[in-house]
Design a protein around this ligand. Structure first.
Ligand code: 5RP
Length: 212
């Protein structure tokens, strides 16, 4: 089976991030194809870790690899969280949520003393562009969509917590302004804009090089 450049880069970034994890740490595990290779690499280090997973898929993969996964309520503070991103712009500003787990991922990121973003070379961008994933409350959905104006519901998929997944599709120049607007709407449970203050480290693999 051939390994694509992108897969090799995801593996390289994940391997670097796994090296940041120390024995005894409480670890937040993100969701997606960049986090997927992190799980076996982390498990292979044989450390005594306690993990929180941001999705069922990540939880199942982590348990299968032999990692200890506990509920977020049992581990409300984390030493490190490691996750992927859909876009990484200067700041760093992120867009996350391609995998529908952005609300959980932000909660885990803010609970972690160190939030490490891992990516292959195509994720850095000069500026963020839509879509921005949203999680909306089902109650009052039409009202929320009318207020937002430029949001489209992703058919047939829910967040890991049963929220409606939609995407903000309008153009935006200022992610901070859009984040404030989305945060202010009572129908928006979460959105995929991650502000610079959340991010401790960005690890990007380009070919054989890992930049951090
Ligand atoms: C899931 C996410 C992912 O981190 C993001 O979509 C990147 O995924 P991938 O690593 O598969 O490219 O935010 O909600």
């Amino acid at each position: 089976m051939s390994v694509t450049t992108s897969e090799a880069e995801k593996h390289a970034a994940a391997t670097y991030a796994a090296g940041l994890v120390e024995d005894g740490m409480r670890v937040g595990l993100g969701t997606g194809s960049t986090v997927a290779p992190l799980i076996p690499v982390l498990a292979a280090r044989g450390l005594n870790l306690r993990c929180v997973a941001t999705s069922v898929a990540t939880a199942e993969a982590a348990v299968a690899a032999g990692l200890v996964v506990e509920s977020f309520d049992a581990l409300p503070e984390l030493d490190i969280a490691i996750d992927g991103a859909d876009q990484i712009a200067p700041g760093p500003w992120l867009i996350k949520g391609g995998g529908r787990a952005h609300t959980r991922e932000k909660l885990v990121a803010v609970a972690a003393a160190r939030f490490v973003v891992i990516a292959s070379h195509e994720k850095p961008v000069p500026r963020l562009t839509p879509p921005v994933p949203l999680e909306l409350l089902a109650f009052g959905l039409e009202s929320t969509l009318m207020r937002l104006g430029q949001a489209t519901v992703r058919g047939g998929v829910l967040s890991p917590d049963g929220g409606i997944i939609a995407d903000w599709t309008g153009a935006f120049d200022d992610p901070a302004e859009l984040a404030r607007r989305l945060d202010a709407d009572p129908g928006v449970v979460g959105h995929g804009l991650f502000e610079p203050g959340l991010v401790s480290d960005v690890v990007v693999a380009t070919g054989a090089d890992v930049e951090h």
